[in-house]
Design a binder for this molecule. Structure first.
Ligand SMILES: NC(=O)c1ccc[n+]([C@@H]2O[C@H](COP(=O)([O-])OP(=O)(O)OC[C@H]3O[C@@H](n4cnc5c(N)ncnc54)[C@H](OP(=O)(O)O)[C@@H]3O)[C@@H](O)[C@H]2O)c1
Length: 319
C-alpha cells in the first residue's frame, strides 16, 4: 500500500517507518524535517520525505488537500491533538483512503474504575490533552461506524525507547531519579508509592500499527490500548530498578503536599498528571483482534532506555 505517515520521525516513527518499508509498503513521511529518527535504519533510504508544517498548512486550510494529493491508500496520523485538526483531515480524505489510523493515548481515560481498564469503560478524561484526544476518539469512531470512514485508533501508554528519558519511578522525567537509585541515594515517592504507570516500548507501538493495518476488518471502527502486559506501581518500579543496578532501594514516602515541595514545579506537575491518571490498561482486545504481542515488559523497555542514558553519560552510576 501507499502509506503516508504524518509525523514519522519521532518515537514511534523511528520503529514504524522501517517496519512498514520492510513489509513492502511504499512509505511517505511527512514532517517539518527539523529532526532525524532516533536510530538509523537502511529502510529510510526507500522512504519518501515531504516537508510540511501542519500548523501553518491548517491555518491556510490546505493541510488535508496536501495529504490527499499524495494519493495514499492508508494515512497514519501521529500528531493530531485537536478535534478541529481531525475534522479537517477527515473531510479531505473522505472516500479517498482505505485506512486511516490515529495515534491516541490512554489519557482518553481519566481515573479507572475496574483495572485493568478496557476500551469499553466510559470515558472520564481530564486536562486539555486528554479531553481533546477523547473528543477526537468519539468523532473518529462516529465517522467510522456511522459514515464508513475507515478509522482505527491506537492508544499508547508512556512511550519508552533508547534515545530519550523514560517516565521515572517518581512519575516525572528527570533521569536523576535513576541515578539516585543506582547509587543507593534515598529517593522520595509520593503517598504510599502505590499509584501506577503504564509504559510501552516504541517498537511495540509500531507493531500495533502494523497489525492494525494487516487486520483491517477487525480494526476499522475500533480503538485499542497499546501498552505493555502490566502496569507498574511507583514503589515496585523503584525497587526493581534499584535491584537492576545491584542495590536495595532506599525509599521515603511523603504525603503529596510535602512531596511536591521536594521537586521542581515542572516535575510536580508531571507526577501529578501521571498519578491522578494512575493508568492500568488492558491489552486483551488488541491481543484478541490484532494478535498484538508486546515484546517488552515495562521494566525491560525502561531498562533498554536507561542503558542508553548511561552510555550517553546522562546517568552517572559513579563519580
Ligand atoms: N510520548 C508519549 O509517551 C505518548 C504517550 C501516549 C500517546 N502519545 C501520542 O503519540 C503521538 C506522538 O508520537 P511520537 O511520540 O512518536 O511523536 P514525536 O516523537 O513527538 O515526534 C513528532 C513527529 O511529528 C513531526 N512534527 C511535529 N510537529 C509537526 C508539525 N507541526 N508539522 C509536521 N510535522 C510535525 C516531528 O518531526 P519535525 O519536528 O521534524 O517536524 C516528528 O516526526 C501523539 O499523538 C501523542 O498523543 C505519546
Amino acid at each position: 500500500m501507499r502509506v503516508v505517515i504524518i509525523g514519522g520521525t519521532g518515537h514511534v516513527g523511528t520503529y514504524l517507518v522501517p517496519r512498514l518499508a520492510a513489509a513492502g509498503h511504499d512509505v511517505t513521511c511527512v514532517s517539518r524535517a527539523r529532526r532525524q529518527p532516533y536510530q538509523p535504519h537502511a529502510a529510510w533510504a526507500r522512504v519518501r520525505h515531504v516537508t510540511l508544517d501542519r500548523g501553518a498548512e491548517e491555518a491556510a486550510g490546505s493541510f488535508g488537500e496536501r495529504i490527499a494529493a499524495l494519493e495514499p491508500d492508508a494515512v497514519i496520523d501521529m500528531i493530531c491533538f485537536k478535534l478541529d485538526s481531525a475534522r479537517h483531515l477527515v473531510e479531505a480524505l473522505r472516500g479517498r483512503v482505505r485506512h486511516f489510523l490515529h495515534c491516541g493515548t490512554i489519557w482518553v481515560h481519566g481515573p479507572s474504575v475496574e483495572v485493568p481498564a478496557t476500551e469499553e469503560q466510559p470515558r472520564r478524561p481530564f486536562g486539555e490533552y486528554g479531553l481533546q484526544k477523547a473528543a477526537i476518539e468519539e468523532y473518529l469512531l462516529g465517522e467510522a461506524r456511522g459514515n464508513r470512514f475507515p478509522a482505527t485508533l491506537l492508544h499508547p501508554g508512556h512511550i519508552v525507547g533508547p534515545g530519550w528519558p523514560p517516565l521515572n519511578p517518581a512519575g516525572h522525567f528527570n533521569p536523576r531519579v535513576f541515578q539516585d537509585l543506582a547509587r543507593g541515594v534515598e529517593v522520595a515517592l509520593p503517598n504510599l508509592g502505590l499509584e501506577t504507570v503504564h509504559h510501552v516500548h516504541a517498537d511495540d507501538v509500531a507493531q500495533a500499527f502494523e497489525r492494525a493495518m494487516a487486520n483491517w476488518s477487525a480494526s476499522v471502527g475500533e480503538s485499542f490500548h497499546v501498552v505493555s502486559a502490566a502496569a507498574l506501581t511507583l514503589r515496585g518500579y523503584a525497587e526493581s530498578m534499584a535491584a537492576w543496578f545491584g542495590r536495595e532501594a532506599r525509599l521515603q514516602f511523603l504525603p503529596w503536599d510535602q512531596w511536591k515541595q521536594t521537586v521542581s514545579p515542572e516535575e510536580a506537575a508531571a507526577t501529578w498528571d501521571h498519578i491522578a491518571h494512575s493508568p492500568n490498561s488492558s491489552i486483551a482486545k488488541a491481543r484478541r483482534l490484532l494478535g498484538f504481542q508486546p515484546r517488552y515488559r515495562s521494566l525491560e523497555a525502561v531498562q533498554e532506555s536507561v542503558e542508553w542514558l548511561v552510555r550517553a553519560g546522562t546517568i552517572k552510576i559513579s563519580d
